[in-house]
Design a binder for this molecule. Structure first.
Ligand code: RIB
Ligand code: CA
Length: 312
């Protein structure tokens, strides 16, 4: 089976890091490059962290690109309170040695889509959508070339995680999200309604540690650190592994359930800025523009994740 060509757009973040490891461990996908964006932490850290993760995976050959360092319109909001000062708090990680590419991430996205046959490259945004929206603005022709955009972001019945109404990735750059959801590219959304069901727990974290590898130990330490925020805030059993849901969908779409509906992003009201207004009951009359997931086989997800991490 021909691996699916993907670009991962990311703001590592521990959960981004686990998503990147899952992708690099899985023959079903071919990672053409990592494009980094400001989000969980500022851009100089997200691009550094992306390289740290590639080296942990034994892939210093992977191309990593720095992209946009601020949202299209709003001031950057970061999440050190969740991810720590480095964005990858938990274990102490050595500085990366592998290089950062000179090309801007937005140009890499555009050039890659233009140099591959239409419908053969999937974009996997795991952070604010600033790079993706900037690429669409700079090169409108790429919208029809994208195979699919499979993104982590938004929420419906689950509400928000940075405001009562908005999920972090969409809230940080709602104007970018608005451009993406209006692009007419095929979109699959992994919202909080799904990712809050992909929770670590002691047994699942110990299964990472029991791999007995540097990857297993590092992922266990990342999730130990990352889970404290959600446990305090939601009283949940563990950490929601938000971003790995995107990659797991590419490998095992059968683990997920959702429906094709209209998703529109709030960019006017400060009260609900960045809210994904997901028309789950199809009452708005607005055209469906996204496959909005709302359920996951969490046990199957963690089995897949652990099995693949064991390969690194
Ligand atoms: O709201 C969760 C999302 O925001 C995840 O992608 C996490 O990494 C942060 O970027
Ligand atoms: Ca992220």
């Amino acid at each position: 089976m021909t691996p699916r060509k993907i670009i991962i757009d990311t703001d590592p973040g521990q959960d981004d890091a686990v998503a990147i490891l899952l992708a690099l461990a899985s023959a079903e996908v071919e990672v053409l490059g990592l494009t980094c964006v400001a989000g969980n932490v500022p851009l100089p850290l997200t691009e550094k962290n992306a390289r740290i993760v590639c080296e942990l995976a034994g892939r210093p050959d992977m191309m990593v690109f720095a992209g946009c360092d601020a949202p299209l319109v709003r001031r950057l909001v970061t999440a050190e309170n969740v991810h720590g000062k480095t964005g990858l708090d938990g274990p102490v990680m050595a500085d990366p040695v592998m290089p950062l590419q000179d090309t801007h991430a937005v140009d890499f996205i555009i050039d890659t889509l233009r140099s591959h046959a239409d419908g053969t490259v999937t974009l996997c945004p795991l952070g604010p959508l600033t790079n993706i929206a900037t690429a669409l603005q700079k090169a409108p022709d790429i919208a029809s070339r994208i195979q699919e955009i499979v993104l982590m972001g938004g929420g419906c019945f689950e509400g928000g995680n940075i405001t009562p109404a908005a999920e972090f990735n969409i809230h940080v750059d709602p104007h970018a999200a608005d451009i993406v959801f209006k692009s007419a590219a095929p979109i699959v959304v992994m919202p909080l309604d799904v990712t809050h069901k992909a929770l670590t727990n002691r047994a699942r974290v110990e299964a990472f540690r029991a791999l007995g590898t540097p990857v297993g130990a590092t992922v266990a330490e990342w999730t130990d650190f990352f889970e404290r925020f959600d446990k305090e805030k939601y009283g949940s059993a563990g950490a929601p592994l938000h971003d790995p849901c995107v990659i797991a969908y590419l490998i095992r779409p059968d683990l997920f359930k959702g429906r094709h509906i209209n998703v529109t992003v709030e960019t006017g009201s400060e009260l609900t800025m960045g809210m994904t207004v997901a028309d789950w009951w199809r009452v708005s009359g607005r055209q469906p523009n996204a496959m909005f997931m709302n359920d996951i086989d969490a046990a199957g997800f963690f089995t897949l994740l652990t099995q693949r991490l064991a390969l690194l």
